[in-house]
Design a protein around this ligand. Structure first.
Ligand code: NAD
Ligand code: LMR
Length: 334
């Protein structure tokens, strides 16, 4: 029997990330090749002309899964009855900025959209925040949507995970998806901790520890970490625009795994509501390794060994998240 269409919202729909993201969502790469979608596309009034062009192109792709396209600048219409939301719409940083420099400009968008989720979305909605500073925007969004479970909100660190996985895969000369269980801890910022100490690699069918194969502790504790931490800034310096194709791919990976579940024995990183696991701060959106079942509920992977090196890095990024949260709350009170 044919499935009923689901309503999927993409905000910032006239922007760069959405341009790639919409293609993959409409094609069935996220919700499945048999899941029809009704696309809700939100942007701000001055972008309605550009959005019209995006709608024309979506139509011209003749995707069989797209049942309806709703371009709008009205939050009620955008959030009405949605089951999944990609909250992309926000200002991107320019060269020389840190992502938290966007806080004052962007956090109010997520306060308003939190309220709209609370009022108009399905209570089961899965919300992925991409707009920066993503972790703290997701925290604010959830705070202003008290009728929706906190577990339904997440922020994207999958791009950092993909970057980390790819750095290792190129070094080991294996395909990217042969590398698994790399972890991103904490904030999607330059304090994040990309951790390869639990990572595995499939070498000609044998699963080995990445650390044993690379045999280069100095790299994994040095250049590997800084390359991933600074990758967003490096893309901006080169492109004069922030990452878009890779961000869209990561958003699809994140939502696909949330919707369909993770592979047995593997985990992925998502910034989720922290319960204080691993003694990191509670009540912030902290990126953890998670596993997801068929019920679409994520669980933080417990019991991983944390050495002194990791402890210090996990605490540092946790402190930054606590500070960002305080700053965001004071912006929201204005
Ligand atoms: P962009 O400027 O190309 O597009 C952003 C779009 O959002 C614009 O069309 C803009 O009009 C729209 N917008 C602004 N305010 C809005 C609102 N209130 N409601 C709906 N739409 C609104 O930017 P982009 O390159 O697509 O990046 C979007 C965001 O994603 C930025 O904040 C960027 O820093 C962030 N980002 C995050 C990650 C991540 O890994 N978490 C990766 C890349 C980019
Ligand atoms: C990224 O990681 O590429 C994005 O968050 C954009 C940025 O500002 O770095």
């Amino acid at each position: 029997m044919a499935k009923e269409p689901i309503r999927v919202l993409v905000t910032g729909a006239a922007g760069q990330i959405a341009y790639s993201l919409l293609f993959s969502v409409a094609k069935g790469d996220v919700f499945g090749p048999d899941q029809p979608v009704i696309l809700h596309l939100l942007d701000i009034p001055p972008m309605m002309g550009v959005l019209e062009g995006v709608v024309m192109e979506l139509m011209d792709c003749a995707f069989s899964l797209v049942r309806e396209i709703i371009p709008t600048c009205d939050e009620q219409q955008a959030f009405n009855d949605i089951e999944a939301a990609f909250l992309v719409g926000a200002m991107p940083r320019k060269e020389g900025m840190e992502r938290k420099d966007l806080l004052a400009a962007n956090v109010k968008i997520f306060k308003s959209q939190g309220k709209a989720l609370d009022q108009f979305a399905k209570k089961t909605v899965k919300v992925l925040v991409v707009g920066n500073p993503a972790n703290t925007n997701a925290f604010i969004c959830s705070k202003y949507a008290p009728s929706i479970p906190k577990e339904n909100f997440s922020a994207m660190t999958r791009l950092d995970q993909n970057r980390a996985q790819s750095q290792i895969a190129f070094r080991l000369n294996v395909p990217a998806n042969n590398v698994t269980n790399v972890i991103i801890w904490g904030n999607h910022s330059s304090t994040q901790f990309p951790d390869a100490s639990h990572a595995l690699v499939n070498v000609n069918g044998t699963i080995k520890k990445v650390g044993d194969c690379l045999n280069d502790d100095a790299y994994l504790k040095g250049e590997f970490i800084t390359t991933v931490q600074k990758r967003g800034a490096a893309v901006i310096a080169a492109r004069k625009l922030s990452s878009a194709m890779s961000a869209a791919k990561a958003a699809c990976d994140h939502m696909r795994d949330w919707w369909n579940g993770t592979t047995e024995g593997q985990f992925v990183s998502m910034a989720v509501y922290s319960d204080g696991s691993y003694n990191v701060p509670a009540d912030v959106m902290y990126s953890f390794p998670v596993q997801i079942g068929a019920d679409r509920q994520w669980k933080i992977v417990q019991g991983l060994e944390i050495n002194d090196f990791a402890r210090q890095k996990m605490d540092l990024t946790g402190q930054e998240l606590k500070q960002e949260k305080e700053d965001a709350l004071s912006v929201c009170q204005d």
